[in-house]
Design a protein around this ligand. Structure first.
Ligand code: ZN
Length: 110
């Protein structure tokens, strides 16, 4: 069995960027996993918003839903720091796919 065949058996997820046919394009975000479902995760990260009236920046939180490919299901856990990338809309709320794990629970590497 070649290595390519092994991968196909392991992951038959059509929405997997490595084994499936979906292509990634657009924006990239990093964030912490706050919810995990069988095929989806929710990540949260902070962004800064300039408030003109006070001439200061305020921290806002953004939540994004991302598709979790089958082959990464065991790798990604709650509170991990991960990277997601934009793709075509898979469903009403999912327009992103998990691409990699940056750091495990707690630790933040850059
Ligand atoms: Zn896969």
């Amino acid at each position: 069995m070649t290595k390519e065949e092994e991968n196909i058996i392991e992951c038959n997820d059509k929405m997997c960027p490595t084994h499936g046919k979906i292509s990634l394009r657009g924006r990239k975000f990093n964030g912490f996993v706050i919810k995990k479902f069988p095929k989806r995760v929710v990540i949260e990260f902070e962004r800064t918003l300039y408030v003109k009236k006070y001439e200061r920046y305020s921290a806002r939180k953004t939540k994004l839903h991302a598709r979790l490919p089958t082959c990464m299901f065991n790798e990604i856990n709650l509170r991990d720091y991960i990277e997601i990338m934009e793709c075509r809309p898979i469903s009403k709320i999912i327009h992103f796919i998990v691409t990699k794990k940056i750091a495990s629970e707690g630790g933040k590497k850059e």
